[in-house]
Each structure stands twice: as C-alpha cells, then as structure tokens.
Write a protein of this length. Structure first.
Length: 439
C-alpha cells in the first residue's frame, strides 16, 4: 500500500504541468492551469462538469497519442509490435486512436475481441491471451481468426481437441513477478497464470499429439513496475526458454510498464529498458538463427495519464479528528483505491495550487466504509460544490467501474487534438439498470 503524503503546493503544480500537461509546450494545451484553476479545452473544469455531469471521465487525445508513440519507439530491435492491452480501457473511440498509432491489441475475453473488432482491429491484429476458457469461448476465438495463447497444459489439450493441426501460442510463467500490489503480480509459483517454466517439456508431447505448431511464447509478470530490473530478467528467462521452440514467429514479453501516480515517484526509464532489451534480443536472434517479431502488451502506460476523473463535493463533514469530503466518486466509478490502496493525486479544480486548510479524506457515496478515494489530502478552501480532478484515471478506471448500489456508470468525454470536447460514452440511464432483468 502506498503512503498518502499530502502534496505541497509546488509539488501539486509541478505535477500538473509536468505530467498531466506534458503537452503544454506544443502551444495547443488542452489541459491548462490558469489563475489557479483547471481548464479543459479552454473551459473551466467546473463548466465541463456542469455540461456533462459528474462523475465524468475526461481524456486527452494528445496525451494518449504521445504515450502511444513512446511505446512504438520502445525498442530498436525489429520487427517490433506492441499490443495494447485493452483491459485498461475499452472505449471504442480510444481504441480507434490507439489503432491509428499502429498498435495491435491483446484481448482477455470474447467481449474484448468483439470490442476490438468493432474498433477496426483485424483478426490478425488481435492476440487472445486466454485464461481458463471453456469450449465455447475457445471456439469463439478460433472462429474469429485471432491468434490464441493458452495458459495451462490442460488448456493446450482443449485447444488441440478443438482445433487439431492449429497454430497456437503458449503463455509461460517465468517464475518471477513484479507489480504495485500482490493482487496484480502475475508471475511466480502463486500466480494462476501461465505454464510454469519447469513444465515446458510437457508442451511438446501435447503439441505432437494434436499436430499443433507453437508459433509464439508470451508472458506477463505483473502490473505497474517503475524499475525494469525484474522485467529484464523475465525477458532473458523467456528467451532462454524460447530456444527450445523451433517454429516461433513471435515472442511477447508482456505489459506492466508503470506510471508515477505519486508526484515523488521517479518515472520509469523506458529508453534504458528498451535499449537493454534490444541488446539482449539481438544476441538471442543470432543464436536462434531467425528474426522473429518481438511484442509487448502495455495497457496502463498507454492510457492512464491521458485520463482524469471529475467528481463533485456534495458535503463536508467534520468528525472528531477527521474531515470527510463526500463526493460522487464512489468505488463503483474508480475501484483502484478501494481494491489496492492505490494512490491517485486529487486536485481542487477551482484552486489547483492551494494546499492550505484542513487535510480531508475524500470519499464516495457508496454504502461501504472502504469507499475512500484518498486520505489526508490538502485541498485548499474546499467547499461544497467544488469539482475535484482525480488524476491518472485513464487506465482501469471506467473499465473496472460497475453499477454497484445501482449507481449509473459515468459518461466519458474526449478532448480532441483540435481542442474540441467530444462525448464518447453517455452516462448510464436508469432504464439500463433493468437491462436483461426478467420481472
Ligand atoms: N497482458 C496481460 C496478460 C495482462 O494480464 C495485463 C494486465 C496486461 C498485459 C497489461 O498490464 P499493464 O501494462 O496495464 O500493467 N486493475 C489493476 C491492473 C491489473 C492488470 C491486469 N493485467 C490496476 O488497476 O492496477
């Protein structure tokens, strides 16, 4: 769990200008701070909130494209293709932007395959990283014509039975993991994912029995790492395992590239990690005797910083020793703080610089005591009706939202490169709560 140190005014301002507003230099800033208040597409954040209602997810196309381009240039080795891991955010308007930046994508479910196809990804651009699927889901993916990865020996058997003679990838668990919370570490003996690296030999007999060609190896060791040490180690491990596979077309090292949610966290040095991976890959290629495609699967790095969540303060409450700012930003809207104790910067859009005043605990309106977005935050001169901005909410924000307490999921708005505000998802309606109910 990350500590919740209050930001100083300087830090908060630097944070805004350096991270969320990375693109102020372009001369076309979509997100700016003017006279202390946050502006979105040239308009006061509170006016945007009033137009679309809160809670509201707001994304910057320019920041999204910037992060896409960083990832596209991640390694010098060629061929290289990043798969956007769409579990982070499946808004179709955003998927289209990401595809236009030259990405392919990975999917975790038939639903994600469906959304990616809807966004224009071709089947051969989709990688289905399956996890404990049944015959029906496996058949769906086979029929869709996407590349499939299986993550256990039993699932390889299932694939072989359903599609003998097929071409398939296998997910390897390299025995090491990394990530911001134990719940998102996906490598190591306690992870449910992948074929454990010591079991690799069994893959060959199953493949032989069903006449399968193993065309790819993939892994994903966990999410939101800020130093690449363990990732690089896992890359080396996967490559050494790959030497035993004769027919590989690609190798996929997974996602997990982190972003500095906290102002004082150092940014992941993508360039250095990319250079290290390129060097390892070039040497490996010589040994393997064939140049195969290198892939990665980032989700968070691509979308997190492009999004912020606007919420409204509905009431302030003073209990002994603690002040609550009660908002409409419940954990049905943003689950990460409740689920992982995750930290998101929160700013008062009316007074971004301000840190005077009593520290508050920002909470949502859900009927559970754990519904806390952030503790001990200094939001200067906080008043009822203020609109707060929760930063870095573009990844695992809307995609993990729910209708818990029969609340309506929020709308989503895109600030386009031209500086227009475009609604890209309507807020749920009350009637949606009845969808598929039989009564
Ligand atoms: N590939 C696979 C197979 C994955 O399971 C994941 C994430 C990714 C790629 C993308 O990971 P990323 O680059 O976004 O870290 N809800 C959590 C994160 C869960 C990640 C699950 N798997 C959170 O909000 O922190």
């Amino acid at each position: 769990m990350q500590p919740t140190t209050p930001l100083s005014a300087d830090d908060a301002h630097r944070h805004l200008l350096n991270r969320l507003k990375t693109l102020v230099d372009t001369g076309k800033p979509e997100i700016t701070v003017e006279k202390g208040s946050l502006k979105l597409a040239g308009r006061e954040a509170r006016d945007v909130a009033a137009q679309f209602g809160t809670p509201l997810y707001v994304y910057s196309e320019r920041i999204l494209r910037t992060r896409c381009r960083e990832i596209k240039n991640f390694i010098g080795y060629e061929p290289f293709m990043p798969n956007y891991s769409c579990k982070a955010n499946t808004n179709v308007a955003l998927l289209k932007i990401i595809r236009s930046e030259g990405f392919h994508a990975d999917a975790m479910s038939p639903g994600e395959i469906f959304l990616l196809l809807t966004a224009g990804f071709r089947p051969e651009e989709i990688f289905f990283v399956s996890n404990y699927v049944d015959d029906e889901e496996m058949r769906f993916a086979i029929r869709a014509g996407v590349t499939i990865s299986v993550d256990s020996l039993a699932q390889l058997e299932r694939y072989g039975r359903l599609n003998p003679g097929g071409r398939v990838a296998v997910r390897i668990n390299p025995g090491i993991g990394d990530g911001h919370h134990e719940k998102v570490i996906t490598g190591g003996a306690h992870s449910k994912f992948g074929i454990f690296h010591t079991d690799v030999e069994h893959i060959f007999s199953i493949a032989k029995r069903y006449n399968l060609t193993i065309t790819g190896l993939n892994q994903h060791i966990g999410s939101n790492y800020l130093t690449g040490t363990v990732y690089l180690e896992s890359v080396k491990r996967l490559l050494s395992i790959a030497e035993n596979f004769a027919d590989l077309d690609f190798i996929d090292f997974g996602g997990g590239m982190g972003i500095p949610y906290k102002n004082d966290a150092a940014r992941l040095n993508l360039a250095t990690l990319g250079e290290q991976i390129t060097e390892v890959l070039e040497k490996w290629t010589t040994r393997y005797g064939k140049r195969i495609t290198a892939k990665i699967e980032p989700g968070r790095y691509v979308v997190a910083e492009s999004g912020l969540l606007l919420i409204t303060v509905h009431a302030l409450k003073q209990n002994p020793g603690i002040t609550f700012a009660g908002t409409d930003g419940g954990f049905n809207v943003l689950a990460r703080p409740m689920m992982y104790g995750a930290y998101h910067e929160i700013l008062n859009t009316r007074e971004v610089d301000g840190t005077a005043g009593t520290p508050v605990t920002v909470c949502g309106n859900i009927c559970e005591s754990g519904d806390i977005l952030g503790e001990n935050r200094r939001l200067s001169d906080l008043r009822e009706g203020d609109v707060l901005a929760v930063l870095d909410a573009g990844a695992y924000g809307f995609s993990m939202s729910s209708n818990y307490n029969s609340r309506l999921r929020p709308a989503e708005v895109l600030i386009t490169e031209e500086g227009q505000l475009r609604l890209i998802r309507e807020r749920d309606r009350l009637e949606d709560l009845l969808l598929h109910q039989i009564y």
